[in-house]
Design a protein around this ligand. Structure first.
Ligand code: GRF
Length: 187
C-alpha cells in the first residue's frame, strides 16, 4: 500500500505540527508545510524536520481563488491527498474545498459549537465555563462549523489563568490531533 501524503497548514508557533511530526508510527507522510507568515515558528520547525515549506503571501495574489488555485496545483504536484490545518488563520474558499473535499481537517481549542473563531481559549475563560476542550473537525466554508470528528473536554479550575488553561488545552491538542489523524488514515 502506498503511503498517504499530507500537508500541514500552520501560521503560528507550530506546536501541533511538531506533535504530528513526533507521533510514533504516523500513518501518513507529511510532505509539505504550507504557511502564510515567513516568521512563523512552524517554518523553523519544518526545517528541523526536513519538511519543505511552501511559503506564500496572500496579498500578492489578486484573490483568494487565485492563491488557492496555486496551492491546489502545488499540493497536487506533491501528491498530497490530505490537509491538516493547525493554526492556519484563513478561511478556506471553494477552490481549496472542492479540490480536497472531505480531506481537510482542523483542530480548534474549544468544544465546538461553543467558542468558534479567534481566541477560543480567551472566550471560554471570559465566559467562566467550568469545562472547555478541544475539537477536531472537517472544515467547510464556515468558521469552525464543519462536522465534528472528535472532542476531548478540559476542566477549567478555579485558580486557572488563561495561560495555565492554554497549557492544559495544548497538551490535549498534542495527543488528540495525531491520534485522530491516525484513525482517519486507517480508514
Ligand atoms: C491551536 O490552539 C489550534 O487549536 C488552533 O491554533 C492553535 C495553533 O497552535 N487552531 P500551534 O501553532 O500549533 O502551537
Amino acid at each position: 500500500m502506498s503511503t498517504i501524503k499530507a500537508a500541514v497548514f500552520a501560521s503560528g508557533t507550530g506546536s501541533n505540527f511538531q506533535a504530528i511530526m513526533e507521533k510514533n508510527n504516523l500513518h501518513c507522510e507529511v510532505v509539505l508545510l504550507v504557511c502564510d507568515k515567513p516568521c512563523a515558528g512552524a517554518v523553523e520547525k519544518a526545517e528541523k524536520f526536513g519538511v519543505p515549506t511552501l511559503l506564500f503571501e496572500p496579498k500578492s495574489f489578486a484573490s483568494k481563488a487565485e492563491y488557492e488555485a496555486m496551492l491546489v496545483e502545488r499540493l497536487t504536484e506533491a501528491g498530497v491527498t490530505w490537509i491538516f490545518l493547525a493554526g492556519y488563520m484563513r478561511i478556506a474558499g471553494p477552490t481549496l474545498l472542492e479540490a480536497f473535499e472531505t480531506k481537510i481537517i482542523n483542530i480548534h481549542p474549544s468544544l465546538l459549537p461553543d467558542f468558534p473563531g479567534k481566541d477560543a481559549i480567551g472566550q471560554a475563560f471570559e465566559a467562566g465555563v467550568a469545562v472547555t476542550g478541544v475539537t477536531v473537525h472537517y472544515i467547510d466554508e464556515g468558521i469552525d462549523t464543519g462536522p465534528i470528528i472528535a472532542q476531548e473536554p478540559v476542566d477549567v479550575f478555579p485558580g486557572d489563568t488563561e495561560e495555565t488553561l492554554k497549557k492544559r488545552i495544548q497538551t490535549v491538542e498534542h495527543h488528540l490531533y495525531p491520534e485522530v489523524i491516525n484513525q482517519l488514515m486507517r480508514k
